[in-house]
Structures are given as structure tokens and as C-alpha cells.
Ligand binder design. Structure first.
Ligand code: XIL
Length: 351
């Protein structure tokens, strides 16, 4: 009997008795579009070229998501070929795509230390000229997407992991209070957009979170127009521990501001020991995604910006390239089929 069962399980690839290895989802895994049952926006970072050229990519984007972030096309290096002009084509294409779908465009990102054009890195000017250059950038971009980009990462990654202010070109030339200025300039350009500070490792609940909280408290005291915090959530299957993420979220939540999980991916091969994605890894990722989405659901609805995935399929992820390792951090496989992690997201939404 057991042998027959084993034979069937191997032939059919179905869940069988105590065997947890399966290639088909359990029977209660009903696939529905993520956004169709989500009480908050479910977003994804996209490559605009791929959105235009690859049908499976676009189909998944249109089906499951109702908020879109340009993975690169709205960064300063993409928008600013030189000091006097703007290159809008890709960002405009994404904005039009969002409008057509009735989806949100999440603006990413106005001010960062990475992906700046050479002319900015080499800019020669007084502090006033630096300020004028950045103000013009922020206000032109925000004004152009007013009404479509209703949420913005105004400043990205301004703190280091020890909680210090990064020595970026912006800080160097505009002074330590540059973050506050950037939020004020963005607010002037769009009084209704939700303005966020975005960073990674905030979910670790360590020194960087403390620095972000100090900034938030200071901005709230001074009336600097900050609406919330983006937790990038580039996390591992086992790190940070869920209680740390929860504590970090609660600390921000208590301040009454918005919370965006803005760049979620769940790495499975941080140690670089895996050479293939196993069933065990898939299931661990499924549980992790379910836990993260369940945690997000504990945030009051009025403070939820949404959860944004940093890419569609594993093959689209920035992680293998950026960190030189094999990895499978997203919700869809290379064929654009749902992975167990997608069902983990759905499970948390159905609870
Ligand atoms: C990444 C993109 O995904 C890559 O394509 C690019 O080469 C580098 O930047 N934090 C951020 C994102 O705020 O903008 C980064 O995106 C990933 C880390």
C-alpha cells in the first residue's frame, strides 16, 4: 500500500500522506489576484522597458498589482541627462500605464546618494546653488506627476546602519538639515501627496530605526511635512526575527504616521550555500510572506500605504546581480507562475 502511494505521489507530484513535498498547491490554494482581495494597495517595482516588451510580465503586473514603483526610471540618473533638461519618456509611460489601470504610481525617489548623474556628482556651486538645483529637481518632478504619484519617497537611505547621517553630496553641500528642506520643497509642489522617508534595515529595530524616529519626532515638532516611513523590507527568510520587525513597526505606528512596506523581497540564499530552490525553501518563504503580510494587517488601515514587492519574478530581482548570488526572493518563478510565497500572501489576506 505504502509503495503504491509513494509511486502515485512521485508520478503525480501531489501531496500525499505525511509527505510534504509537492509540486502542485494544496487544494485550498485558490488563486485570485492579490489586489482583488487586499484592503490596502499591493504594489510592485517594474522595469518600464520590460513592461512594454514582455507580455507575461505585463499580464502579472496588471492582474495582481494596483500600485507601481519605477525600479529605476524615476531616479535622478534616469530623469536628468543634464542640468537643464529632463527625460520623461519612461516615467511618463509608467504614469500612463497606472492611469489606464486606475492604479497608484508610487514615486521613487527624489533624493538619494546612489544613481545620481555624473553632472550632479561633479556639480560646482555655492550651497545656495546646490539647494536651487535640488529644489528645481524635486519640484519639477513632483509637479509633473501630481495626481498620479500620490505617494513619494522624498529622501531615500539618508542614515547609515549605525544611525549616523550619511555623508552624501546633499548633506555635504546643503548642510545637516537638508532632509527637512527636501520635504518642504516636495510639499510646496504637491500639497496633497503623501511624503515618505524610505530606508532599509529599519525593520531590524536597531540604531537606524532610532535615528529615523528621532528625525520623525523632530520633524513633527517643527512642522516639517513628513507623512510616513517606508520600510524597504529587503529581508531574509530568517532575519530579522518577526518580533523585531513588529517592534519597529509599532514604534513608527505609535507616532501616528503612514507605513509602507516599500521594497519587499525575501532572500533565501544569503549564505550562498544553495544551488537550487528546494521545496523546503519555497515553504519557508511562503510562511515568511504570510507572517509579514499578517503583521502589516495589524497596522490601522488609516496608516497603511500598502505592501510593494521589489520585482515580479525571481529572474527580475535585483538581488542576484547586486549581491552576486543565486536567489529566489519574489512571488513568481521564472515562468511567471505563482510560487508558494504568493499563496502565503493570499492566506494572510484571507484571514
Ligand atoms: C535597485 C534596482 O532594483 C536595481 O535595478 C539598480 O541597479 C540598483 O537599485 N534600495 C532602493 C532601490 O531604494 O532603489 C534599489 O533598487 C534597491 C535598494
Amino acid at each position: 500500500m505504502d509503495n503504491i502511494r509513494l509511486f502515485f505521489a512521485l508520478c503525480c507530484g501531489i501531496l500525499c500522506g505525511a509527505c510534504t513535498h509537492t509540486t502542485t498547491p494544496p487544494s485550498d490554494d485558490v488563486l485570485v489576484p492579490l489586489q482583488s482581495i487586499s484592503p490596502f494597495p499591493v504594489g510592485v517595482a517594474v522595469d518600464v522597458g520590460r513592461l512594454l516588451s514582455h507580455t507575461p510580465y505585463r499580464t502579472v503586473a496588471e492582474t495582481h498589482f494596483n500600485s507601481f514603483t519605477a525600479e529605476n526610471s524615476m531616479k535622478m540618473s534616469a530623469l536628468r541627462p543634464d542640468a537643464s533638461s529632463f527625460y520623461w519618456d519612461e516615467a511618463d509611460t509608467l504614469a500612463a500605464f497606472c492611469k489606464q489601470l486606475g492604479a497608484r504610481l508610487h514615486g521613487h525617489t527624489l533624493v538619494w546618494h546612489n544613481q545620481n548623474p555624473d553632472w550632479v556628482e561633479n556639480f560646482q556651486g555655492t550651497p545656495e546653488q546646490w539647494a536651487a538645483m535640488l529644489k528645481k529637481h524635486i519640484q519639477t518632478v513632483v509637479a509633473r506627476y501630481k495626481g498620479t504619484a500620490t505617494t513619494w519617497d522624498v529622501v531615500n537611505e539618508a542614515f547609515d546602519d549605525n544611525g549616523g547621517l550619511r555623508p552624501t553630496i546633499w548633506r555635504q553641500h546643503l548642510g545637516d538639515d537638508y532632509i527637512a528642506q527636501c520635504f518642504q520643497w516636495a510639499r510646496e509642489a504637491d500639497p496633497t501627496a503623501q511624503l515618505l522617508y524610505n530606508d532599509y534595515n529599519v525593520e531590524e529595530n536597531g540604531a537606524k530605526l532610532q535615528a529615523v524616529l528621532l528625525m520623525l519626532d523632530d520633524f513633527q515638532k517643527r512642522g516639517i511635512p513628513i507623512d510616513g516611513i517606508g520600510f524597504q523590507m529587503h529581508i531574509l527568510d530568517t532575519y530579522p526575527p518577526l518580533p523585531s520587525i513588529h517592534a519597529a513597526v509599532q514604534a513608527v505606528q505609535q507616532r501616528g504616521v503612514l507605513i509602507h512596506f516599500s521594497e519587499l523581497d525575501v532572500s533565501l540564499n544569503f549564505a550562498k550555500t544553495a544551488t537550487a530552490l528546494t521545496e523546503g525553501m519555497k515553504q519557508r518563504q511562503r510562511q515568511r510572506v504570510e507572517d509579514i503580510v499578517s503583521l502589516y494587517r495589524t497596522i490601522p488601515a488609516a496608516q497603511q500605504v500598502g505592501i510593494t514587492l521589489w520585482g515580479i519574478a525571481d529572474t527580475d530581482s535585483w538581488i542576484p546581480n547586486f549581491f552576486s548570488r543565486l536567489d529566489w526572493p519574489l512571488l513568481f518563478d521564472e515562468q511567471y507562475n505563482p510560487k508558494p510565497a504568493l499563496y502565503g500572501f493570499l492566506d494572510a489576506l484571507r484571514k
